[in-house]
Design a protein around this ligand. Sequence first.
Ligand code: HPA
Length: 278
Amino acid sequence: MQTYISLAQIDEIAQNIKSRISIQPVVGIILGSGLNGLADSIREAVHIPYSDLPNFPVSTVHGHVGRFVIGELEGRPVLVMQGRIHYYEGYTMGEVTLPVRVMQRMGIPSMIVTNAAGGVHPEFEPGDVMLITDQLNLMGMSGLNPLMGPNLDEIGPRFPDMSQPYDRVYCDLARGVAKENGITLREGVYAGLSGPSFESPADLRFLRNAGADAVGMSTVPEVIIARHGNMRVLGLSGISNKANLDGSTITTHEEVIEAGRVITPKVEKIIRGVLRGL
Ligand code: HPA
């Protein structure tokens, strides 16, 4: 029998973080694979390793640092997750999404979520940035919804609406910032799979036919939890590799991390611009 994370456990972590900082973050930012560099730009930063926090899962993936960085970016108080926790590491969905619950109990109203993703849209190239306009909850469709178990009524309803997972106003803001900075911003649907194996050519043809433009191993559970608590969400995917629909190339974690070097400056510009516009 799976045990579920209680409000008391979430609050213990939220209080622990609050006791170490003197600002109230207004945006939570989750950095994906290869995008960790962004946290180095945070001013007046307080660093809290996940391993310092009670009952907090620790990321085991190469390329993920594993700490909160709290400070200012573009004059806005932010809480950044440098490294996230994935379902494929063996954690429960509750643990994977615990950081978002902590943001909610800290009173953070908005979240910017980033990830590395495979480009399923035929025109997407490695190094592109995609604004996530909607998501395919393939993990949830196979029984892995992070909201399973007792509902946390203090945070949100048993059956939350999911008609606007990604905030339309934030999407418009990001489009404007990309334009101002001469960044080509792709747009599309992110499909969330559990991983850790990459997709077979047949998986990828299935995903394309189902309406996916990008595919990855994160984000969807975190966004469901964020929306359960009515947080407003902006999502950005860094396209690290092209989907291999005919099996002619292979995908490696190294190329995912390498593409992050091209993608990070673009994502950073967009996030900075969006923060200024909030
Ligand atoms: N598939 C799934 N997840 C990913 C990929 C991919 O091709 N690239 C980066 N994360």
